[in-house]
Design a protein around this ligand. Structure first.
Ligand code: GDP
Length: 527
């Protein structure tokens, strides 16, 4: 194996998909804690602990306690390099959350076992499905009264349409949570509550029929043995092939806050989750262990401080080796980029990167000339695909107080649209611009950036749009007819693509029924 291939083989890049409050932050902290990346759990997000990360990048981020440093966390575990990409949730849920998932090789789905499958998890899983990303599942909060475990598996299978292969199985729950049985190893990991307990402390009992179990907790173990028979009969045995194809998810049970079940997840990611994969770059497929460097930008974060207009472009390395000082080409602009100020992201701070390989994320500071989806290489004309725009779900009409500023407004929205901060639609009829997002924070960011960077005082009002779809049709005449008939519902986005703006769901369904030859797309590739 070449040195580059060795580096690729020991990398894992993943993100967490979950609904707010399922335990993503807690689990992230524990993962970092167990890898030794942080000394003390509880420092990932300022929001929860009152401590803010050292960087003072975005004012809004600071106010909300979201830190740039936690966007990407790199840590070592079992001789592997793990990149954990943050998937912003809560109020900071945005298109970035979706896009991050286009840059990972696997995902960890965290479910609050008291609640089951929730709305945001469904949305994020659908994004993973675009690339058949392998998913590991963690059923969290077994130290509480939770729902029936078999019922939870059933819900995951029926709602998320993915097979479940339980790897561990819980013994009891809440006050009588005793631990989990590991189906593949035939051993019981005993649960002991405690937030600061070391992961290595877990006591293990070999064999589900071990009489010691009957002595320790006679009531729960009988029930577990019965459940296991059902589980073995009703669920799927683990298949690595099906997991890698995104058809099956290995399921683990535990309690993040009590550090229980965390090691099993890390081991699953290392043993089963894929190393960085090949990527489609339009002209050809790029292999991760190729000699030459290449990568694409999946997220751009702006600095809200008007004195520092830098933006940082998050680039996923797809092949080769990135080294400080090397020349890399920004292919869309056909321009060399000085790679001296590139940064990487460690668990504790932003650090200067010396080298990076496929699966790693590097941050490229720039003044607004990099866009989401841009490809970089050492010169070869590559264009990575699979970093789409997602149909927005929230809409606002944009007006300005001072009509003389219309040019600045248009310019600002055009640039913010290109950067991916928000999506901009110009209706074919009517003068007001419409902006679309998947999270409300995006509107706040855009409003404040319009003010700071373009001197525009914009007013956002609710728009009577429910959803949007990009439209295409092979038959040009039919498309022209379609445009003419539905002109009131049509708009062009920042890249001049035609989009249908539906005032409600029924309207969208009717339009699709009436125009069967017109295709309505929920995502669009960068052009
Ligand atoms: P996030 O919104 O997904 O990042 O969720 P957090 O990690 O902030 O957790 C939400 C709440 O659930 C917090 O109050 C946590 O303390 C709590 N929590 C997380 N994991 C567990 C667990 O294993 N058991 C219990 N009882 N609570 C937990």
């Amino acid at each position: 194996m070449s040195p580059i291939a060795q580096e690729v083989a020991r990398r894992r890049t993943f993100g967490i998909i979950s609904h707010p409050d399922a335990g993503k932050t807690t689990l992230t902290e524990k993962l970092l804690y167990f890898s030794g990346a942080i000394q003390m759990a509880g420092t990932v997000k300022g929001k929860k602990t009152g401590k803010f990360a050292t960087s003072d990048w975005m004012e809004i981020e600071k106010q909300r306690g979201i830190s740039v440093a936690s966007s990407v966390m790199q840590f070592d575990y079992r001789e592997h390099v793990i990149n954990l990409l943050d998937t912003p949730g809560h109020q900071d849920f945005s298109e970035d959350t979706y896009r991050v998932l286009t840059a990972v090789d696997s995902a960890l789905m965290v479910i609050d076992a008291a609640k089951g499958v929730e709305e945001q998890t469904i949305k994020l899983l659908n994004v993973c499905r675009l690339r058949d990303t392998p998913i590991v599942t963690f059923m969290n909060k077994y130290d509480r009264e939770v729902r029936d475990s078999l019922e939870l598996l059933d819900e995951v299978e029926s709602v998320l349409k993915i097979q479940c292969a339980p790897i561990t199985w819980p013994i009891g729950m809440g006050k009588t949570f005793r631990g989990v049985y590991h189906l593949l190893n035939d051993e019981i990991l005993l649960f002991a509550p405690g937030e600061d307990r070391n992961i290595e402390d877990v006591e293990i009992i070999k064999g589900i029929d071990n009489p010691r179990l009957d002595e320790l907790f006679p009531l729960e173990i009988e029930n577990t043995r019965m459940e296991l028979e059902l589980v073995r009969g009703a669920s799927h045995p683990f298949s690595l092939e099906d997991f890698l194809a995104g058809k099956q998810t290995p399921v683990f049970f535990g309690s993040a806050i009590n550090n229980f079940g965390v090691r099993e997840i890390l081991n699953a990611l290392i043993d089963w989750a894929p190393a960085p994969q090949h990527r489609d770059a339009t002209v050809r497929d790029v292999q991760p262990d190729e000699e030459k460097f290449s990568g694409f930008v999946f997220k751009i974060q702006a600095n809200m401080d008007p004195k520092h207009r830098d933006r940082i472009a998050f680039l996923r390395v797809c092949s080769g080796k990135f080294e400080r000082g090397m020349k890399m080409k920004h292919l869309r602009l056909d321009r060399d980029v000085a790679a001296n100020s590139v940064v990487t992201f460690m668990a504790s701070s932003r650090e200067q990167v010396e080298e990076a390989y496929a699966g790693d994320i590097i941050g490229v500071p720039n003044h607004g000339n990099i866009q989401i989806g841009d490809s970089f290489s050492e010169g070869e004309k590559l264009a990575f695909t699979g970093i789409p725009y997602f149909a927005p779900e929230l809409f606002r009409t944009v007006r300005i107080r001072n009509p003389l500023k219309i040019k600045q407004l248009q310019k600002g929205l055009q640039q913010l649209g290109e950067e991916g901060a928000v999506q901009v639609f110009k209706p074919l009829s009517g003068a007001d611009l419409i902006i679309g997002a998947v999270g409300v924070l995006q509107f706040e960011v855009v409003k404040s950036r319009l003010e700071n960077e373009y001197g525009v005082d914009a007013i956002f009002e609710n728009a009577s749009v429910h959803s949007t779809r990009w439209v295409s049709c092979e038959d040009a005449r039919m498309l022209a007819d379609f445009e003419k008939s539905l002109v009131l519902n049509l708009a062009r986005d920042a890249a001049d693509n035609l989009a249908y703006l539906a005032p409600n769901r029924v309207n969208l369904e009717l339009a699709q029924e009436r125009w069967p030859k017109v295709t309505f797309h929920a995502t669009r590739e960068h052009s």
